[in-house]
Design a protein around this ligand. Sequence first.
Ligand code: SF4
Length: 328
Amino acid sequence: MRTFDDNFAEIHSTDLTDGCPRRVQLRWEGKLLPHAPTALVRGMLAGSACELLHENYLHKTDCHAWEEERVISLIEEVVSAGWSDTQTSLSDDGRIITDSVEKNIESIKSEVAKVLCAYVKHLGPLFVQTKLIGCETPCRLDLEHDGSSFSFASHTDLIVRDVANVFGYGKGRVLIIDWKWRMEAPTKAYLSRNMQFAMYWLMGLRGKFKIADWSGFTSIADCENPQMVWLHLPYLKPYSRKTIAKDKDGNQVAYKKGDIRPTTSILRAVNFLPENEERVAKALVNRVEMYKAGFFPAIPEPVRCANCEAESFCPRYDTASIHGDKNE
Ligand code: SF4
């Protein structure tokens, strides 16, 4: 049986990037309600379906140029297969979908399908010109600091090489892309300090990736400075009202209701600078040292606490008894 200290053998990115260290502690102690709410299920479903799209279609065919009906049928296929994969993953993790998910699963699938149709239509013409390196790629990073070793592990959603510079970050550049389904799009100030992205970037520079089962963990070739990209999936939905926004060239444009957002709004890039490599490594190590010292501060935040699977176990200051005392 896994003990609390086993978690230090290989720190996962989710343990570093959780906005509340107390939740990490409670997760390591096994104190989480095993529910799978809508946000989690929708994100997993979208991720599984995107993975199937990239592995089977987007880099092999011009499926973005297919007739609408054929694209819709393709998306139905990947969403259905993605839902099977999601159910398997949830079951493997011992998670149970909530009543709300059970009731609304068809509308969740339909929402994901609409976004993925837009994904194929608007990003497909770009991705078909790139070389797929991997989806859901396991990755590892080992760091040495003050005579101690630290190991980190994660999975990156999507890695491609932009051989024709269609995304504009540089010809031949490796792009490490994370599919995100969040309410809020990230700001530059947030992304520039995002530990998950910084970890993936450092992994691209110094870490190892399992690109194929037969290959084992190896470095990515010609990956001097990978480009990190947050792909904000909900922004593939068209504007719901007239909006003034900057286009990809930085010009102010008036978009109408129903227009698709500019690609630069959907793809949020962050340029980590090579001179900050050591600073990133130290930030990762510092977080682990904080945990090793037993310091897991609670950082309450209105939305996060309301949706927190550990909330029932997290000490509070208004009642003595907390177990099972879930805030509504
Ligand atoms: S309830 Fe809030 S403070 Fe407590 S672990 Fe969850 S997110 Fe952190």
